[in-house]
Design a protein around this ligand. Structure first.
Ligand SMILES: Nc1ncnc2c1ncn2[C@@H]1O[C@H](COP(=O)(O)OP(=O)(O)OP(=O)(O)O)[C@@H](O)[C@H]1O
Ligand SMILES: [Mg+2]
Length: 316
């Protein structure tokens, strides 16, 4: 299964959320490859706390060089053995493998997407897809060449019948909702580019879901929510609480009017204080030590579950 993570804006939480989904999939026993296609800013190594590749891999061995034909293989890093974080090294006996395919240190965005790049990308993804249950590709933000490469590659005969799913990350604000809708439905957006590459528009739309990140919870106890989550809710005064609820309702209407209604949402992540300070995998260790909120870990686990559950991906 191929998963492509994208967003219109930068700083949406696309990479942090995708890495955390990868970790949760591993915990569930799946072998996962995480491929850094954010060519201009290949920092996935930092999220997995692998200092040797925290800004990409040196020496033209990264995925960017591979796609350009400058390197015969794309360098791989086994997260479990290379991470500096001891608790990430010991995920557990039933966990799957987690492998990072990093970008090139000092890499740059692709300016154009030619057939040779698409052919090499297809070879890379076909190989990874055979070896790993889930392959997560973190794309550059916006209408990037990385997105175009991904759309053209998945339309090729060797990949068009494989399962490919698209996640669009956005913050829960007016500007981000409009931007995410524009990336998918707007001119030169994902659907336009996908159809030009040979995808069926409805099928592409059915394989796409949104992820709302860092969404504020209001003070009132949500129905069915455990007492333990109290610490995760904002300490709000009554007028603030009322105001946020009104804004939330406005954003829900805006999302629905822009094809981003509830049915199209894979999941929501809460604001996590740890992630406001530090980009990282939220480990069960962090939750057990009361550093990270349980609601955050639960949100990532639920995203991972829904991502691989075919029921989530029935026709909209
Ligand atoms: N649930 C959350 N709560 C609080 N902060 C978060 C949450 N998720 C992500 N963040 C923070 O938001 C910032 C942006 O996240 P991230 O780098 O993943 O975004 P991105 O969309 O990949 O950005 P870029 O376009 O620069 O690659 C990071 O500092 C991250 O730790
Ligand atoms: Mg990123």
């Amino acid at each position: 299964m191929l998963i492509f993570s994208t967003s219109d804006k930068g700083g949406t939480g696309r990479s942090v959320t995708s890495c955390n989904i990868a970790y949760r999939l591993c915990l569930a026993g799946l072998n996962v490859a995480y491929v850094d296609f954010d060519f201009g800013s290949p920092t996935a190594g930092a999220l997995f706390e692998i200092s040797a590749v925290e800004r990409g891999v040196p020496g033209n061995r990264g995925v960017h060089s591979y796609l350009l034909g400058e390197s015969g293989t794309a360098h791989r890093v086994d997260v479990g053995s290379a991470t500096d974080r001891p608790q990430l090294r010991r995920i557990g006996p039933r966990a799957g493998r987690l492998v990072l395919v990093p970008g090139d240190e000092g890499g740059a965005e692709f300016l154009t997407c030619d057939n040779a790049v698409v052919t090499r990308c297809a070879e890379l993804l076909v190989g990874l897809e055979q070896e790993f249950k889930v392959v997560i590709v973190d794309l550059s933000a916006g209408r990037s060449v990385a997105l175009e490469i991904a759309l053209k590659t998945t339309a090729m005969p060797q990949l068009r019948h494989r399962v490919a799913r698209w996640l669009i990350f956005h913050r829960w604000t007016r500007q981000h909702i409009l931007a995410a809708a524009g990336l998918v439905h707007g001119a030169h957006g994902l659907l336009d580019t996908g159809v030009a590459a040979g995808h069926d528009k409805d099928a592409l739309l059915d394989s796409l879901r949104y992820v709302r990140t860092a969404v504020a919870e209001t003070g009132a106890e949500p129905a069915g929510r455990a007492e333990a989550d109290a610490a995760n809710r904002l300490a709000l005064q009554a007028p603030q609480d009322t105001w946020i609820r009104e804004q939330d309702a406005i954003l829900k209407r805006l999302a629905s009017a822009n094809h981003l209604g509830t049915i199209t949402v894979l999941g929501v992540t809460p604001i996590e204080p740890v992630l406001q300070w530090r980009e990282q995998i939220v480990l069960d260790f962090d939750v057990n030590n009361k550093i990270a909120n349980e609601a955050t870990a639960r949100a990532y686990a639920e995203l991972a579950r829904r991502l691989t559950d075919n029921a989530t991906w029935e026709r909209l």
